[in-house]
Design a binder for this molecule. Structure first.
Ligand code: DAH
Length: 357
């Protein structure tokens, strides 16, 4: 019993002296492990007379309990200390400058889409989406495109194999999302639809997959003046030229009446193209007042509602704005090209923060 007091002191000293969690674990093994101090003593109990065994056993159990408690206490103390030390070491200096040059680049098409969304977002438009694989009704019929229209022909449109009596198409424009939106929500409607489109065309200025952005506004009082104001505002904001000349040229689309193509002023003097300079015109989008038949096809009463729509190619305006000469390079995934034409991820376009470098 006397020597137990000794052992108790020795155990408590071992625990106290452990300066780290690792050292404490070593101490625990030396005390309570399979060959530890207390375990060894327990093994010796078998050789004692019953009376002494009971008394000594009880004392050993107390000793063991005290050791466990002391170890638990020391563990908490050392864990606290380790945490405090890490917090001190891993402190973040929020005043450090940002790292010079992030590795990745935002693709100019993504950047252009973000800019378009920022401009129209400011005017109260929201973004709508639709499927890339469309049916004939949404891609053509509901848009008042007649059965004999050239756009429906094999050489222009990718058709999927016949399935359950119908042939689906890869949508040839984003206009079917006009139909899907009008079928789903009641006016007032104010959406843009950036997305992929497909046509069987492939040369230096055409890709079988390309992008368009559609716009649709439907309300009781929407008129041609709104169409013009909205698109002039867009062109000037997008090209960042306050007095950019914008021209509305009469045109024809089956789904609008009247229809207008929109041109912006440019100059082609000296072989180069300068947007905003006088003299010449460059077509950039199609637009018009939504045809009454299209409204009726979607269950909207043309006597009560009217509105306008527009559609433009995203590659085309991206190439114009950022001086990208070759359409095909846009899809090549060449990192050298992306480093040259790409945008820093922190340059998020916004109407207040600026649209591009
Ligand atoms: N869908 C037309 C195309 O792909 C573009 C277009 C023209 C869309 C006039 C419109 C519009 O919404 O009003 O060529």
């Amino acid at each position: 019993m006397e020597s137990l007091d000794h052992i108790r002191d020795e155990i408590q000293r071992l625990i106290r002296q452990a300066a780290s969690l690792d050292a404490l674990e070593q101490a625990r093994i030396a005390i309570l492990g399979r060959k530890g101090r207390i375990t060894e003593l327990m093994k010796g109990l078998g050789g004692l007379a019953p009376e002494a065994r009971r008394e000594f056993g009880a004392a050993l159990n107390r000793l063991k309990g005290e050791a466990e408690e002391a170890i638990a206490h020391a563990t908490r103390r050392l864990e606290d200390a380790a945490l405090r030390q890490r917090l001190a070491q891993e402190r973040v200096d929020v005043t450090l400058p940002v790292r010079a040059e992030p590795e990745g680049r935002v693709h100019p098409l993504s950047q252009t889409i973000d800019e378009i969304v920022a401009i129209f977002g400011e005017m109260g438009f929201s973004v709508a989406e639709g499927p890339d694989i469309e049916d004939d009704f949404h891609n053509f019929t509901a848009l008042n495109i007649p059965p004999e229209h050239p756009a429906r022909q094999e050489q222009d449109t990718f058709y999927l194999p016949e399935h359950q009596g119908g042939r689906k198409v890869l949508r040839t424009h984003t206009s079917p999302v006009q139909i899907r939106t009008m079928q789903k929500v009641k006016p007032p409607i104010r959406i843009i639809v950036p997305g992929r489109t497909f046509r069987s065309d492939h040369d230096a200025t055409h890709s079988p997959m390309f992008h368009q952005v559609e716009g649709l506004v439907i309300d009781r009082v929407t008129h041609m003046g709104h169409l013009k104001g909205c698109l002039i505002e867009f062109c000037r904001a997008f090209f960042d030229i306050d007095d950019l000349p914008v021209r509305f040229r009469p045109s024809y689309f089956p789904f609008t009446e009247p229809s207008a193509e929109v041109d912006i002023g440019c100059s082609r003097e000296g072989g180069g193209l300068r947007i905003g300079a006088g003299g010449d015109w460059l077509e950039i989008l199609g637009s018009g007042m939504v045809h009454p038949k299209v409204l009726a096809n979607c269950g909207i009463d043309p006597a009560e509602y009217q509105g306008f729509a527009f559609g433009m190619g995203i590659e085309r305006i991206a190439m114009l704005k950022y001086g990208i000469p070759d359409l095909r390079a846009i899809y090549d995934n060449d990192l050298r090209w992306l480093r040259h034409y790409g945008f820093l991820p922190l340059d998020l376009p916004s109407m207040t923060g600026g649209l591009a470098r």
